[in-house]
Ligand binder design. Structure first.
Ligand code: GLV
Length: 321
C-alpha cells in the first residue's frame, strides 16, 4: 500500500514530527512564515492530511482546490480561519484541539484581568523608564478584583474555567451564553445567567469567550462599550474581530471604561495604533494557549487526529463529523 502523505504548513515541535514520521511521508514546512495560499494549494497535491495553524487561510475558494485532502487537522481550538461548511461540502473533515488548552487560556485571561486591574504593565514600564523616584499615597492606584463582579460572555469550556478562577477571588459571577448551563453546573460555579445587557451593565470585569463567527463579529462595539461601567475592565482572549478595536481604543482613551487586557487583535500581527497609544490597555501577542506543555499537547492532539484518519479510523476531535 502506498504510504499516506501529510502536509505540515508551518513549524511545529520535534515531538510532533517524531510522532507522525512512522505513519506517513511528511512534507514539513519547517519555518515560521508558512505558505502563501498558492503555495498551500500546490503543496497539498497528493496529501491526504494537512496539519494547519490559525494563520492558514482556508477559504471556500482554497478548499475547492484541495482535491486530495481528506482531513484538515487544525492545531488550535478555534477554527475561524477555515470555512467549515465549505470543507464539509468538499468532503473534507476538520478537527481541532479542544480541552487541552482550556486551563492555560483561562490562566492567561485571568493574568490579563489582574494586570489590567492592578496596572502591572504600566508599573513595569514606569520603573524601566526611571520614573519611580518616590512612593506616594496614590501611586499607580488600580481596581480591586476580589469581591467584585465577573461577567463571562461565552460559557463554554474556557468561560467556565475563567468563572472558576473568579470564585477563587471571591467574585460574584454572571454569565451570558447562547444556551443556559445545566442547573448543577450553575450551582458549582455559583454563576448567574443574565441577558447581554445585564452582563454589560452590572459587570466590573467582562471576559469574552465566544467563538468568532458572522454573528459574533463586533459583538462588542460602541453600544456595548458605552453600556459598561466607567470602572469596568474588558478582557479578550477569544478572537480579535469580536471587539471593534478602534472603538475600544476610543472607549479607553475617553474613559468610558477603565482598562482592557487584550490577547487577540482584528488584524494580527498589526495592532491598531490608537490601541497602542492607550496606557490602560495591557496587550499580549495571541499567547492564550502558549505554555510549553499545552502547545506541545495541542500539536500531539492534531497529530493523533491525523494518524487516526490515515489508519481509516474516525479522528477523535472532528468539528464537522
Ligand atoms: C488559539 O487561538 C486557538 O484557538 O487555539
Amino acid at each position: 500500500m502506498p504510504r499516506p502523505h501529510i502536509l505540515i504548513t508551518k513549524r511545529v515541535f520535534p515531538e510532533t514530527i517524531a510522532l507522525l514520521e512512522p505513519h506517513a511521508e511528511l512534507d514539513y514546512v519547517a519555518n515560521d512564515d508558512g505558505l502563501t495560499t498558492d503555495e498551500l494549494v500546490e503543496s497539498a497535491r497528493g496529501k491526504q492530511v494537512i496539519l494547519s495553524q490559525i494563520t492558514d487561510r482556508l477559504s471556500r475558494e482554497v478548499l475547492a482546490k484541495l482535491t486530495d485532502v481528506k482531513l484538515i487537522a487544525q492545531i488550535a481550538v478555534g477554527y475561524d480561519n477555515i470555512d467549515v461548511p465549505a470543507a464539509t461540502e468538499a468532503g473534507i473533515l476538520v478537527s481541532n484541539t479542544p480541552g487541552v488548552l482550556t486551563d492555560t487560556t483561562a490562566d492567561l485571561a485571568f493574568a490579563l484581568l489582574l494586570a489590567a486591574a492592578r496596572r502591572i504593565a504600566e508599573g513595569h514600564q514606569y520603573i524601566h523608564a526611571g520614573k519611580w523616584t518616590r512612593w506616594t499615597i496614590d501611586l499607580m492606584m488600580g481596581h480591586d478584583i476580589h469581591h467584585r463582579t465577573l461577567g463571562v460572555w461565552g460559557m463554554g469550556r474556557i468561560g467556565q474555567a475563567v468563572a472558576r478562577r473568579g470564585l477563587g477571588f471571591s467574585m460574584r459571577v454572571l454569565y451570558h451564553n447562547r444556551t443556559r448551563l445545566a442547573p448543577e453546573i450553575e450551582r458549582e460555579l455559583n454563576a448567574e445567567y443574565v441577558t447581554q445587557d445585564r452582563l454589560l451593565a452590572e459587570s466590573d470585569f467582562i471576559s469574552v469567550h465566544v467563538p468568532l463567527s458572522e454573528k459574533t463579529r463586533h459583538l462588542i462595539g460602541e453600544r456595548e462599550l458605552r453600556m459598561m461601567k466607567k470602572d469596568a475592565i474588558l478582557v479578550n482572549t477569544a478572537r480579535g474581530p469580536i471587539v471593534d478595536e478602534p472603538m475600544l481604543a476610543r472607549a479607553l482613551r475617553e474613559k468610558w471604561i477603565a482598562a482592557a487586557g487584550i490577547d487577540v487583535f482584528e488584524h494580527e500581527p498589526t495592532v491598531h495604533p490608537d490601541l497602542l497609544a492607550c496606557e490602560n490597555a495591557v496587550l499580549a501577542p495571541h499567547v492564550g494557549s502558549a505554555s510549553v506543555a499545552t502547545r506541545t499537547r495541542m500539536t500531539v492532539m492534531a497529530a493523533e487526529n491525523a494518524i487516526a484518519m490515515i489508519a481509516g479510523k474516525r479522528p477523535p476531535n472532528l468539528v464537522n463529523p
